[in-house]
Design a protein. Structure first.
Length: 464
């Protein structure tokens, strides 16, 4: 029954691979259960109110569980969803200081509803189909480098040099220019173990690495003096089961932001525009990248069930805002599950089930340190990077936009920025070559929006 519905055999997968993929995806994105409450809980709204971290953890797990399962059943893609990093920072540090939390979350709900309208009208899907195949491949490669960079940064292998250092070098090896400490050792061993298992084509390589290095980290933490593991300490929790607190569900005001004193309608509209654009193209890049890595794109480079996938992603934004967990979106870490063999939405039942279990077992399921999970991101980054061979680097009208797409993503820590740079370069070069008529009108429109996106500060100043 599962095989027929999810087309598991048809896509060259097995239930075992789907289960392993579901576990791998969960463990590579379980950090959001810790990070989202930290980001949202550390900020205060205009009135000095802060959100409760325990309630935020519950809301984060609930939205991830429900929407990941919905995506699996409705979209049949191994694409998990949870509160979006970057978007939650915008909510916490840009929107909340201007209004109440209820009004801020109302803007997230409004953004999700507008995205759903774009999907229903066919505009969002049409934009994705208008993108040339080489640019789609470049998006996938750029995401590969981006998530590998995320893995290096999360593990502490790479760190940002503080501005006070007065240096032109933005990042460095480790925290001081050298590798030091047990957590970094766990990460390095994890990377070596993961790539060795992948090279030997061991089934379950990524998941084996995550579990093995978590056990190693727990042993090290129990025997050595480790001052700081980061967000998650690999130690057995005091209690395995904890009671979920659903107090934040439904705490939003859909149009309250428009009535906030001192904010203004134009400011609210610009905030919603920023949220929509970021969510729109982050999702587009993620869906294309994960689908390409899974080998699910058709001969025209189209994603299966794209309309339903995009509609579910828009609904996830609504669910995230309605539960005060911030906008939920598709996660590029799903590529870890794809690297483990997942090819269908059945893997989402596993990932979603683990998030549902996390509602009760959060202390147990969040003992995986980033240093044990991050090697999976590095390995998957390599796997996604291999698609660079399909891009024709002798054609500058394709190669330059592809290069900018690939480079800008990791260098600016944003999928959206990379896509925007690639779109604008593609339109400009085609126009310079006298081939402007070959550019789809939707790409013209998207590029114009990206110009506004990149110049949002001057636009805001012009509009006072």
């Amino acid at each position: 029954m599962f095989d027929r519905y999810f087309r598991i055999s048809e896509r060259g997968s097995t239930i075992g691979r789907e289960i392993r993929g579901g576990f791998a995806t969960f463990f590579t994105m379980a950090y959001i259960l810790v990070l989202n409450p930290i980001i949202l809980g550390s900020a205060k709204d205009k009135y000095g109110e802060a959100l409760d971290p325990v309630q935020l953890t519950t809301a984060t797990a609930l939205v991830a569980a429900v929407m990941t399962v919905v995506m699996g059943v409705g979209g049949n893609l191994p694409l998990a969803l949870a509160a979006g990093l970057g978007l939650n920072a915008v909510v916490a540090f840009q929107i909340a200081p201007l209004m109440s939390w209820d009004d801020a979350m109302g803007l997230i709900v409004l953004e999700g509803l507008l995205i759903c309208v774009l999907v229903v009208t066919g505009l969002r899907e049409a934009v994705m189909h208008a993108i040339p195949q080489p640019l789609k491949q470049a998006i996938s490669v750029g995401i590969g480098l981006f998530i590998a960079f995320i893995g290096f940064v999360d593990a502490g292998f790479v760190s940002r040099i503080p501005d006070a250092a007065n240096t032109t070098v933005p990042v460095q090896l480790g925290g001081t220019g050298t590798l030091a400490g047990w957590p970094i050792l766990v990460f390095c061993l994890g990377v070596l173990l993961t790539v060795a298992l992948l090279a030997r084509k061991v089934k379950g390589a990524i998941l084996i690495s995550i579990v093995t290095m978590t056990l190693v980290a727990m042993a090290i933490d129990a025997t050595a003096d480790v001052p700081n593991w980061g967000l998650t300490t690999p130690e057995w929790p005091d209690k395995v089961v904890d009671t979920p607190d659903f107090g934040l569900l439904g705490q939003f005001s859909l149009f309250g932001a428009f009535d906030e004193p001192g904010v203004g309608v134009i400011t609210v509209v610009l905030l919603v525009f920023t949220l929509i654009l970021s969510d729109f193209f982050d999702t587009m890049g993620t869906v294309v990248g994960v689908s390409a890595e899974a080998g699910l794109l058709d001969e025209d480079g189209k994603v299966p069930n794209l309309g339903r996938v995009l509609l579910i992603d828009g609904a996830a934004a609504v669910a995230g805002g309605a539960s005060s967990a911030s906008s939920a979106t598709s996660y590029i870490e799903s590529a870890a599950g794809v690297g483990e063999g997942a090819r269908t939405g059945f893997a989402n039942l596993v990932t979603g089930g683990l998030f549902a279990l996390a509602l009760l077992l959060t202390p147990l399921l969040t003992i995986v340190p980033l240093q044990a999970a991050a090697p999976a991101l590095v390995a998957v980054g390599f796997l996604m990077m291999t698609q660079v061979k399909h891009i024709d680097w002798d054609r500058y009208d394709i190669a330059v936009p592809a290069f900018l797409t690939i480079a800008v993503m990791p260098f600016t820590y944003s999928i959206t920025n990379g896509i925007g740079a690639g779109f604008i370069a593609y339109v400009v070069i085609r126009t310079a070559l006298g081939r402007a008529k070959e550019v789809h009108w939707l790409l013209w429109g998207a590029s114009a929006l990206f110009l506004v996106y990149f110049a949002i500060d001057p636009v805001r100043q012009l509009l006072a």
